[in-house]
Design a protein around this ligand. Sequence first.
Ligand code: DGI
Ligand code: FE
Ligand code: FE
Length: 205
Amino acid sequence: MSEILCKEELEKLRDLEEKMRSSLKESRFRHTVSVAQTAAALAMVNDISLYQALTAGMLHDCAKCYKDRELLEKCKKKGIEISLTEEQNPSLLHAKYGAYLAEHRYGIKDPEVLSAIRCHTTGKPAMSTLDKIIFIADYIEPYRIHTEMLPYIRKLSFENLDKGLVFILKRTLEYLETTDQPLDEMTEKTYEYYSALDTEEAPRI
Ligand code: DGI
Ligand code: FE
Ligand code: FE
């Protein structure tokens, strides 16, 4: 069961929301709050912590305010590992650097929240329920308008996280093939991992 938030948690969330309001541009801030709310709804359905879902949702794009060059410089300075694809497409680094900022600037110590922020763009094999929820909420939040499939993907994701995840990963890979952006091998690995899992319910005997 998801929990009832305590007073300190509500205050902490309000504080993070104000910090995001002042550091992100308006449309990104609206997306951020919407991801947090969608993640909370998915947390209710999947019996995980509302506080973790709201915190990770609120901070997932906290490094989105930096330009590619800045992200590369900052990650190098902090000794954050940069893959070849990230070198070619530094915007991917907003996830890793976001996790760094969440920990060092916003005081988040919970490793599960930091993991969900770190993998929110590419996913990773063997994700936790919180990782999956942030990845999915980022794609389906109500203000997103990027595909006509959204109503279907939203319903599917609320019915079954793994099915939503596979669908989203497949569409992301298909979309990236139509662009000249390099594929991050983590996105491919995540798709292979989850599409190989049997997501059908075991038949009742
Ligand atoms: O930060 P947001 O815009 O809210 O969303 P996000 O963190 O999921 O980033 C979305 C972008 O990331 C989208 O344009 C697709 C891109 N992306 C996801 N996987 C890969 C990728 N881009 C590249 N180059 N390679 C990937 O494997
Ligand atoms: Fe993002
Ligand atoms: Fe996002």
